[in-house]
Design a protein around this ligand. Structure first.
Ligand code: UCC
Ligand code: FAD
Length: 582
């Protein structure tokens, strides 16, 4: 009787097939290009064993913490139970563990310890590249922390920021600090010069109190920040525009009653992605601060931070592309359709191979800029290196930010419907990538930055670019299978040279309309040359050659095609507007 009862209450049958999920394997050991690049440029046993162990940590524990940060996002507690304003940003345990891990693993410190000389940045960024997609966006505060350390270093490590500097680059979790970067206000995040209303009121002891409203502040649980404000003179007047901005250092601290000193957290932002990361609106209501720059040199002084955070952004972009590929290629060995595994469907493999080519180009561009940064920081940079670093930083950031969205979007599709399911963790990759082209300068703003740095260098920056690309191609003549790729880059370079000459004789807004395509051309040609150069390395694999050839099949010099169609002529401005507003 009991058996019959059991049967009538047995579970509904839901079938016996359950798809194996994609498995994350050691992201260092699984990455042929990363290993190849390091073997070629930084063949240090200590680096390999550290990255290998760190990669294993991602698999064993950190990736799970990253998920925990996503499902347990920060929240803001405005008041304590007795009604006192406290403005506590409550973060998950996993988020706090990320901070400790970052210090212990030296994720900022490596760049400042410089144990590997000019290659220290490459080492640091390789480690971050492994970490990013598992970090629950902890790489965002790390980017700003690194940027703040760089700014302090460049302005001079002395009081009142001496201790802060030692904390930013510390390996001791209890000593380690992170920094914010508060630039954006309601009136403008791109046009900071016009948009900044925050004023700095001088105090008798030489410090200042800041009053204003910061519209976007990420990783607001930071210990300190760098921010911009206008110094008030005795009459309360300030200088408008960028020339009126100065750079300030402020600590985020609490008084004896647990209230934030001089800050009210208005609210946390509700965001498409990066939900792991607290991003707040802040009222600065007498925030104690110290001026770090000369008066009026705020933008120029924070530029070092922008360089560093933009490079971090690009590392994140390339890392997210790599991560989706690692998962997609694993999944293709587990999922069957039409009688065979996905990996045996040629069209599926072509799709992943195209993503792979994009990712390799992005990776080599990232590492090239890290290499240049490392040279600059070791005092080894030639003038050519310096020009390249200035030019390539915005190019890299804008190009990889956009590529990441495209590659990850394609990546999600490779899991079919599961790629759209929140609890697989995959959609978060896409949502998080969407911000990479917005913060730290949008695509257009960075395209204009490229123009500005070209214009201000009276041709030197472009000269450096042409010289370096040609030198990257120089060794390729011996590899016959690379001939079509070399020809494509060579032709594109000549086209680019011609474009620059023609553009110089046109009206000023000609180049403005060409700015985005120009930046893309600079990125594609340079990445093509890097892929070719890497494929010429004596230990390169046939796949390295194949990747270079495939990359160079795309339109490398976009400006020439568009120039021929007249789309940068001034008459197109009214045509574009007419079209948009029809
Ligand atoms: O979004 C933010 C944080 C997000 C979280 C962090 C994520 C990090 C990655 C994490 C990965 C997971 S913070 C907000 C970021 N905001 C921006 O990026 C602002 C975007 N707007 C611009 O970049 C604009 O181009 C401005 C604000 C720089 C334009 O201002 P100005 O005043 O009109 O600029 P000027 O006149 O061109 O430049 C003023 C000075 C000049 O120096 P001097 O006076 O010596 O000639 C420029 O050469 O600043 C110098 N300068 C630069 N130097 C300007 N930009 C640069 C640069 N990029 N590099 C070097
Ligand atoms: P706008 O400047 O209004 O730009 C709007 C559009 O106009 C953009 O597409 C832009 O490209 C375009 N545009 C503007 N000017 C031109 C031009 N001259 N030519 C052509 N196109 C133009 N900021 C901080 O300071 N600290 C932070 O910690 C921080 N965290 C953030 C976190 C998140 C999740 C997000 C989304 C943003 C964060 N920001 C932060 C703000 C970010 O840096 C700005 O949103 C960004 O710089 C753009 O500024 P904006 O929003 O004012 O856009």
């Amino acid at each position: 009787e009991a058996a019959a009862g059991d049967l009538s209450f047995s579970r509904a049958k839901i079938g016996s097939f359950f798809q194996d999920q994609p498995v994350l394997k050691n992201p260092f050991l699984e990455d042929a290009l990363l290993k190849g690049y390091l073997r070629r440029h930084l063949p240090e046993e200590a680096v390999f064993s550290d990255l290998s162990a760190f990669g294993q940590r991602m698999v064993k524990e950190v990736d799970t913490w990253g998920r925990e940060c996503e499902v347990n996002p920060p929240r803001l507690v405005h008041f304590d139970p007795w009604g006192r304003r406290v403005d506590h940003i409550v973060t998950s345990e996993a988020w706090k563990r990320m901070k400790d891990l970052s210090a212990q693993e030296g994720l900022v410190a490596i760049a400042y310890e410089k144990l590997f000389g000019e290659w220290s940045r490459v080492y640091q960024m390789s480690k971050l590249y492994i970490y990013c997609p598992s970090s629950g966006l902890y790489t965002c505060p790390l980017a700003m922390t690194d940027g703040a350390a760089k700014v302090i270093q460049s302005l001079g490590v002395s009081p009142p920021v001496e201790e802060a500097y030692s904390r930013l680059i510390s390996r001791q979790p209890e000593h380690f600090w992170t920094s914010g970067q508060w630039m954006t206000e309601r009136q403008g995040g791109s046009d900071v010069g016009s948009g900044t209303e925050t004023v700095a009121v001088p105090q008798t002891d030489g410090s200042y109190k800041l009053h204003g409203f910061k519209w976007f502040t990420s990783a607001t649980d930071a210990d300190m920040t760098l921010t911009l404000a206008r110094v008030q003179d005795r009459t309360g007047a300030t200088t408008p525009g960028s020339r009126g901005l100065s750079l300030f250092y402020a600590e985020v601290s609490r008084d004896e009653d647990g209230r934030l000193r001089g800050i009210e957290v208005q609210r946390l932002k509700e965001k498409l992605g990066t939900r792991q990361l607290p991003t707040a609106e802040l009222l600065l209501d007498g925030l104690p601060a110290y001026r770090l720059s000369e008066e009026g040199r705020g933008v120029a002084s924070i530029a070092n931070m922008l360089t560093i955070t933009r490079i971090h952004n690009s590392v994140s972009a390339a890392a997210a592309m790599r991560r989706v590929l690692l998962l997609a290629r694993d999944y293709a060995t587990r999922r069957t359709a039409f009688g065979k595994l996905l990996k045996n469907h040629p069209l599926h493999m072509q799709t992943l191979a195209r993503m792979e080519v994009e990712t390799r180009g992005a990776f080599l561009l990232v590492m090239e800029v890290c290499r240049l940064l490392g040279r600059e920081e070791s005092g080894l940079a030639s003038q050519l290196d310096e020009h390249l670093l200035r030019l390539l930083t915005p190019v890299l950031k804008l190009y990889t930010g956009k590529q990441a969205v495209a590659v990850i979007s394609e990546g999600l599709e490779s899991f079919g419907g599961q790629g759209y399911m929140e609890d697989t963790g995959l959609p978060g990759l896409l949502r998080d990538a969407q911000v990479l082209s917005i913060w730290e300068g949008t695509t257009n703003i960075l395209s204009l930055d490229v123009l500005r740095c070209v214009a201000r260098s009276s041709g030197m920056v472009l000269h450096a670019y042409f010289t370096r690309v040609k030198s990257l191609l120089a060794g390729a003549s011996s590899v016959s299978s690379l001939a079509p790729a070399v020809k494509a880059v060579d032709d594109a370079l000549s086209d680019l040279e011609k474009f620059v000459q023609v553009a110089a004789s046109k009206e000023p807004n000609y180049l403005e309309l060409a700015a985005r395509d120009l930046a893309y051309s600079l990125a594609r040609i340079y990445a093509g040359a890097l892929l070719i150069d890497h494929a010429c390395w004596k230990e390169a694999s046939p796949h390295d050659i194949y990747a270079a050839v495939r990359w160079c099949e795309q339109d490398l010099c976009l400006v020439v095609t568009k120039q021929e169609s007249g789309c940068y002529e001034s008459r197109t401005t009214s045509l574009d507007a007419g079209l948009v507003y029809e």
